[in-house]
Design a protein around this ligand. Structure first.
Ligand code: NOJ
Ligand code: CA
Length: 553
């Protein structure tokens, strides 16, 4: 593994979904001043970098992932002055700030698109992907190809004004930008300079590997959904030839001029392709998020989880690239509900700590999503509308179209939906969990009366304190950042035993994924120090339910 020291390898990154983090003016919507007011909380937790989900002007068709002005702060979130103050206060505390770069698409309310749709010869026409329809066998006009979108059946929207269709991989309010247009690229690079020259420390890059569309936009051959006629083959929309050269250009024209961190969201990726993007010799980016763990959630097994880790360590980490580690973000259910066990309070606390231990001790930079450090759980939504998420509405309609009942569809959404991570942060036991004195935009989980930051800060045995200790341990023991990874008892799928070794230090991590005791062969040499464990009583030569114990050898 590479041991080239970098600040973004050694720090833990905390993701804030601003809408749900902290509301400072009591309109029910989280905001920038709310973030500023909680910087001390994050500092105390040990966070070194904050990634803020989009906080730019937006009509909120996808809660900020549809941007209408890349250089303005979303009105509900505050002003540019508020942003500048937040940035300054974060830097004063030694916390770096990473913004969300959403440039696969803009909002349809962005001035570029408003211009673009006016006429075929408008100077902005080519900033987006416009095509003429095809005449079908029955003589009717059809979409230019059969692509489906993530949020609607077809990825094309017909526009009356000019009689052409525009491409949108997400909702029709999120038209895809045309990265073949040089002027568009320049505008994006200028915008990146705007934020970086303010002192912003980097970007998380939305839908990163899809900017470049394939030549000729050919039909997709696989059938992706049950809505007849539309499909979305990842081989067509992700990692196209040209993607790497866009990123190299971005590196040269923008990123190389600053000390930044970049992490690309790449839902379709292999370690080999990832190495093109993030290898330490000439990769244009620092990290990517792969989806091999979270995408397997419907059929998740720990055996699969271990295989995924092995594959990425062997091929990416040992191949000269840097990984990221995460169980959760704003698009995923709460990880303790999904991968742990929140059926009893004891198991919730034990398993949330176990997941945290994995996240902070495997190779790669750990990402913690707001509330994960408290062990916040999924909420049981009554209908798709209550979720306030275009993706939930789409998935719900699809399931109903495919013959599922309302109850069956809700069961699926209540297990895997994105809305779980968007319930407001649970700060204390006061009204609306201390998130807002107004009515929150999204339902607050009723368990805030027992699961909240205030109680967990007071309780030394809480999930919060375990996360704080993990972050501190990783800061003090560089072996957890740069150490070589070695696995033991690989064939036992109920446990995960591994060591990390670096610079004369070796640390051993023992994990029991299950709710049952597990016997292992591995014997800890006598007299070794336990650095951290989710059991108070010392290690006892078998792994107790959800045990996570870290030894120094
Ligand atoms: C990925 C983001 O994480 C998600 O929230 C968003 O809906 C899509 N990209 C579209 O921007
Ligand atoms: Ca507010």
């Amino acid at each position: 593994m590479t041991s080239d020291r970098k600040w973004w390898k050694e720090r833990v990154i905390y993701q804030i979904y601003p809408r749900s983090f902290m509301d400072s003016n009591h309109d029910g919507i989280g905001d920038i001043n709310g973030i500023t007011s909680k910087l001390d909380y994050l500092k105390n937790l040990g966070i070194g970098i904050i990634w803020i989900s989009p906080c730019f002007a937006s009509p909120n068709a996808d809660h900020g992932y549809d941007i209408s002005d890349y250089r303005a702060i979303m009105e509900e979130f505050g002003s540019m002055d508020d942003f500048n103050c937040m940035l300054e206060e974060a830097h004063k505390r030694g916390i770096r700030i990473v913004l969300d770069l959403v440039v696969n698409h803009s909002s349809d309310e962005h001035p570029w698109f408003i211009e673009s749709r006016k006429s075929v010869d408008n100077p902005y026409r080519d900033y987006y992907i416009w095509k003429k329809g095809k005449v079908g066998e029955d003589g009717t006009m059809k979409e230019p190809n059969n692509w489906g979108s993530f949020f609607t059946p077809s990825a094309w929207q017909y526009d009356e004004k000019t009689g052409e269709y525009y491409l949108h991989l997400f909702s029709k309010k999120q038209p895809d930008l045309n990265w073949d247009n040089q002027q568009l690229r320049k505008e994006i690079y200028d915008m990146m300079h705007f934020w970086l020259s303010k002192g912003v420390d980097g970007f998380r890059m939305d839908v990163l590997n899809c900017y470049q569309k394939p030549e000729g936009l050919p039909d997709s051959k696989i059938l992706g959904t049950c809505v007849e006629g539309y499909s979305l083959d990842p081989k067509l929309y992700a990692n196209n030839i040209g993607m790497l050269s866009i990123l190299n250009e971005m590196r040269e024209q923008v990123l190389d001029h600053y000390d930044t961190v970049t992490v690309g969201e790449t839902s379709i990726i292999t370690p080999q392709i990832a190495l093109d993007y993030v290898n330490e010799i000439n990769g244009p980016l620092d990290m990517i998020f792969h989806f091999d763990v979270v995408d397997s959630k419907k059929h998740f097994t720990w055996k699969h989880f271990k295989e995924v880790q092995r594959k990425w360590i062997k091929e990416l980490t040992n191949g000269g690239g840097w990984n990221s580690q995460y169980f959760q973000n704003h698009d995923q259910p709460r990880c303790v509900t999904m991968y742990g066990d929140d059926s009893t309070e004891r198991n919730r606390v034990l398993s949330a700590k176990m997941l945290g231990c994995l996240n902070h001790t495997m190779p790669g930079t750990p990402f913690v999503y707001q509330g994960e450090e408290l062990g916040m759980t999924n909420y049981n939504y009554v209908d798709a509308e209550q979720m306030q998420d275009p993706n939930a509405t789409f998935n719900y309609n699809e399931m109903i179209a495919c013959g599922k009942s309302h109850e069956e569809a809700m069961k699926v959404l209540n297990l895997y939906g994105r809305a779980h991570s968007r319930t407001p942060m649970q700060w204390d036991d006061s009204l609306h969990a201390g998130f807002s004195a107004g009515t929150p935009w999204q339902v607050v989980h009723p368990n805030y009366t027992s699961i909240n930051a205030k109680y967990e800060i007071e309780d030394k045995e809480s999930v919060y304190h375990f996360y704080k200790s993990l972050i501190d341990l990783r800061r003090r023991h560089l072996v957890l950042v740069y150490g070589d990874f070695q696995e033991y008892e690989e064939e036992n799928d109920s446990v995960f035993l591994y060591s990390r070794a670096y610079d004369n230090e070796t640390i051993m991590v023992l994990i029991n994924f299950t709710v049952k005791d597990q016997t292992i062969q591995y014997e800890i040499p006598a007299g070794k120090t336990v650095l951290l464990s989710n059991y108070k009583e010392g290690y006892c030569n078998r792994l107790r339910p959800f045990e996570a114990t870290i030894f120094q050898l």
